[in-house]
Each structure stands twice: as structure tokens, then as C-alpha cells.
Design a protein around this ligand. Structure first.
Ligand code: GDP
Length: 471
């Protein structure tokens, strides 16, 4: 590739590298310093190509409208612990009409697809919870089309329910509320609907737009109704993709399997992935050796919204990594090596974002909303802070609290903040160790206050562009 760009013979370049004490092959990737040295050695000028010249960006080229065909919705289930997420995922899996007939055995690959009597399909992500959801989003992977918020009718809205609502709203993904455990004698679905109002969710029964449905995952009640509402929501979203092009997708899960080597579950977003395809996947590359579906069957191809296990990777990619099919193995290796070097550089150079850089980034993007996550020691403080923040706005920017709550700053707060580029305000509270660790990695800034006036003053000053360098 380098020889090509210099219009020199590959063999000559290899010879020079050998002379320098670097025994390489003609397709091997070399580091940037060596490449620069070689370019000078051969008497050429170094031109730094833009990232886009080397890397492949997903979704840059839109498919022609006429090539788009309907694709199944991708659904994630969220809610408080023990409210029945796993039970509901299992119950919904049971609605699949093709599961038994093909003789396949259920495999947990991170996502599964169910086919309904009318042949329509729905894809469910198998890892419930908002942390996985937001971590993926933070990595640029918006795979979920619809969120099902599970609320146990006997327990009502709990802290993780509220977190899930914040995460879903921040992502701008439509939500369907599944009021679960209605078989229980102390179930109170109406109370759930009323409490949702406090979080700006008005369900249909209360005259709003959010669909809600009463279910029992245990007794398998209301599942048809839930499926119908998912289909209705999917129709409204007009989900479409071109199946007839080189495949792109996202890694849902990845692992090193003892017998099979690196294995990644990929959800295809557009195109059709086939056995034999050459691909880049995050900082890894490969050639599809086999595709295995959620019923453990080997398949030859996977189209849009279909989750499959991909075998034939050079290494284990990360959840959220994009997969893209490319023309040649050389190209796949080049892109993968480039990405690996970018990751390496990032590790050594990134510093946490300050409020100041946040504001300048906002100005560049001409963002109109300034997102914040607020945690405080008492409910009274949370309410007072959110109320004062909501009043702050300038001609161009308006402060917006993505999530607020009582208690220390947690992992979930940080992943939400990171995905939305928001700083976290701690009022008389501090992050726990795990949250600090993630914040460092994902460049989330913490600001601590113990006087509300200082807090609002600083946000206002920052928004007016008057914030001095941070101490
Ligand atoms: P998760 O933590 O949200 O994944 O919740 P699970 O699916 O593990 O369910 C927690 C508990 O609630 C389990 O003991 C389930 O059997 C029970 N459960 C789940 N759904 C229902 C339901 O519809 N009715 C009743 N009575 N119990 C349920």
C-alpha cells in the first residue's frame, strides 16, 4: 500500500526495510515512524492523509431510497432489578413459531430473533439493563430501535426504573411500558401509570402517547398485546435497510472461545453478511469462516436486524465495535492496524474534559442544549438544583438535566454522562471508585458543590462564555 502510494516497487521497499534491520513481508503493516522514514528515504514528500482516507466510516453513504426494504425492529428491555426483565425475555422467546420446528437449540448469543405467526420478526437484545445499552451508545452504536421499560406492578417505580427512563430519553429512543406481574394480588397498574407522569411519561391510558401494556411474564399474559405494540411502534418508525450491499453491523458481544477462537455476535444493520466475506471489525479484521444463528444452526448469510455469531476474527473485538465488509484482506488489515494505533494514541493522550472545553465544543457544534447529570445528598436538594438549572438559558444554550437523583455518583451516571457528553454535578456527594475509574477512561468531568448558588453561578458563567481556565 505504501509502495503503491509512492509509485515504487513493493520489492524495493521491502529491500530497504530489510537493510534497516526490519525483516518484513510485502503485506505487513509497519508503524508510522518507519513509514515516514521510508517515504523520505525514497525521496518523496510526506502527506498526512485524513483519517477518512484510511478508515471506513459507517453510514457515510446513504443507500438509494428504492433499495430500502423493511427490516425487523431491534428491542432492548430495561427496568429495575427483579422486575422481570429476564423472565420477559424468556417469555417473548417462547412466542417464536419457528423455534421448535427447525430442530435448533436455543443459544445465548447476546440477541435473538422471534418470528410471529404472520411471519413478521422482532429482534431482542439479550442483555437487559441500561448500562450495556448506554455503553454501546457511548461507543457510537445506536442499535436499539425500541425500549421496553419493565415495571413490576406490585413494586412500582424504583431507582433503576428512573435511571432507565433517563437513559432512554437521552438516547431519543421510543419506549413501551410493560407493567409486569399483574398476576400478583397486590399489583397496582394504575399507580404505575400515575407515577410515570412524574417523569414526563404519559401513557395512552392517561391520554398520552406512550404505549403501555399489562403483562405477566410468569403466567404468559399480555404477550400478544406487547408484540402487537412493538410492531405498531416499528411501523411508525418506518425501519428500513438495504439488504443488497456489502454488510455493516455492530458487535453485541464478543469472547474468546476455547474451541472456536475469537467469536463475536454481530447485529447486521444493513447489507447481507456472508460466509467468505472479508471484514474489519473494530481494531480486528478477518474473513467469515462460519455464521451461527441464535438457534445454534450454521447459516450462509445474515441480513438486516439479524444477529449472528461470526467466526474467523483475528482477535476479540469490543461490544459496540462496527463491522464492515471490505474488498481485500490487505485493506482490512490496513484499517484494523490504523484503528489499533489510534486506540493506542488515545490511551496515552486523553485528559478529562473540563467545563471549559465542553463549552467550546458546544459552540463549535452550535449545540442548543447543555446536558448535565445531577446527583445530590437529599431529595430536597435535587429538586432545588434541577429547578434552578432549568431556569438557566442564554440566547443559544439551554441547560438540560438528563438525569438527577439522590445518592453518590454511580457507574450508571457516568455511562449516561459519557454517552451524552455531559459533566456530572455532585452536590455534597462524590463518585464511588468504579464510577471514578470509568470517568477517567471516558473523559467525564465531575464538578462538586455544596452551595447551590455557586453551582448555578458557574453554569451560568460558563454558558455565557465567561468561564476562566479551570483551577
Ligand atoms: P430481572 O432481575 O428484572 O431480570 O427479573 P427476573 O426476570 O429475574 O424476575 C425476578 C423475579 O420475579 C423472579 O423470581 C421471577 O420468577 C419473578 N417474576 C417475573 N415476572 C413475573 C410475573 O409476571 N409474575 C410473578 N408473579 N412473578 C414474576
Amino acid at each position: 500500500e505504501l509502495a503503491n502510494r509512492m509509485a515504487e516497487k513493493g520489492a524495493d521497499l521491502v529491500k530497504s526495510l530489510f537493510k534497516m534491520g526490519m525483516p518484513v513481508t510485502v503485506t505487513q503493516t509497519i508503524d508510522q515512524d518507519t513509514a515516514e522514514l521510508m517515504v523520505t528515504e525514497f525521496g518523496h514528500n510526506i502527506v498526512r492523509v485524513s483519517d477518512s482516507d484510511i478508515d471506513i466510516q459507517t453510514d457515510t453513504v446513504d443507500d438509494a431510497v428504492e433499495s430500502l426494504l423493511p427490516r425487523p425492529p431491534v428491542v432492548t428491555i430495561m427496568g429495575h432489578v427483579d422486575h422481570g426483565k429476564t423472565s420477559l425475555l424468556d417469555a417473548l422467546r417462547g412466542t417464536d413459531v419457528v423455534a421448535g420446528e427447525a430442530g435448533g437449540i436455543t443459544q445465548h448469543i447476546g440477541a435473538y430473533q422471534v418470528t410471529q405467526k404472520d411471519k413478521s420478526k422482532i429482534t431482542f437484545l439479550d442483555t437487559p439493563g441500561h448500562e450495556a445499552f448506554t455503553e454501546m451508545r457511548q461507543r457510537g452504536a445506536n442499535v436499539t430501535d425500541i425500549v421496553i421499560l419493565v415495571v413490576a406492578a406490585d413494586d412500582g417505580l424504583m431507582p433503576q426504573t428512573i435511571e432507565a427512563i433517563s437513559h432512554t430519553k437521552a438516547a431519543g429512543v421510543p419506549m413501551i411500558v410493560a407493567i409486569n406481574k399483574i398476576d400478583k394480588h397486590d399489583a397496582n397498574a394504575q399507580k404505575v401509570r400515575e407515577r410515570l407522569l412524574e417523569h414526563d411519561i404519559q401513557v395512552e391510558e392517561m391520554g398520552g402517547e406512550t404505549q403501555d401494556v399489562e403483562v405477566s411474564a410468569l403466567k404468559k399474559l399480555g404477550l400478544d398485546d406487547l408484540i402487537e405494540k412493538i410492531q405498531l411502534q416499528a411501523e411508525l418508525l418506518e425501519l428500513r435497510a438495504n439488504p443488497d450491499r456489502s454488510a455493516e453491523g455492530t458487535v453485541i458481544e464478543a469472547k474468546l472461545d476455547k474451541g472456536r477462537g475469537p467469536v463475536a455476535t454481530v447485529l447486521v444493520s444493513r447489507g447481507t453478511l456472508r460466509v467468505g466475506d472479508i471484514f474489519v471489525c473494530g481494531a480486528e479484521s478477518g474473513k467469515v469462516r462460519a455464521l451461527i444463528d441464535d438457534k445454534g444452526r450454521q447459516v450462509k448469510e445474515a441480513g438486516p436486524s439479524v444477529p449472528v455469531e461470526v467466526l474467523g476474527l483475528s482477535g476479540v473485538p469490543m461490544a459496540g465495535d462496527p463491522l464492515q465488509v471490505v474488498e481485500t484482506e490487505a485493506r482490512a488489515r490496513e484499517v484494523a492496524a490504523y484503528r489499533a494505533s489510534v486506540i493506542q494514541n488515545k490511551r496515552t493522550t486523553t485528559a478529562p474534559a473540563s467545563l471549559e472545553t465542553m463549552f467550546s465544543a458546544l459552540k463549535e457544534k452550535q449545540a442548543i442544549e447543555y446536558p448535565l447529570v445531577v446527583k445530590a445528598d437529599t431529595q430536597g436538594s435535587v429538586e432545588a438544583i434541577v429547578a434552578s438549572i432549568n431556569k438557566i438559558s442564554t440566547a443559544d444554550i439551554r441547560a438540560r438535566v438528563l438525569h438527577s437523583g439522590v445518592g453518590g455518583i454511580t457507574e450508571s451516571d457516568v455511562t449516561l454522562a459519557a454517552a451524552s457528553g455531559a459533566p456530572i454535578i455532585g452536590f455534597n456527594v462524590r463518585p464511588n471508585a468504579k464510577a471514578r475509574e470509568i470517568a477517567e477512561r471516558s473523559k467525564v468531568a465531575f464538578k462538586y458543590y455544596d452551595v447551590i448558588y455557586d453551582l448555578t453561578d458557574e453554569i451560568r458563567a460558563g454558558m455565557a462564555g465567561e468561564l476562566g481556565p479551570e483551577a
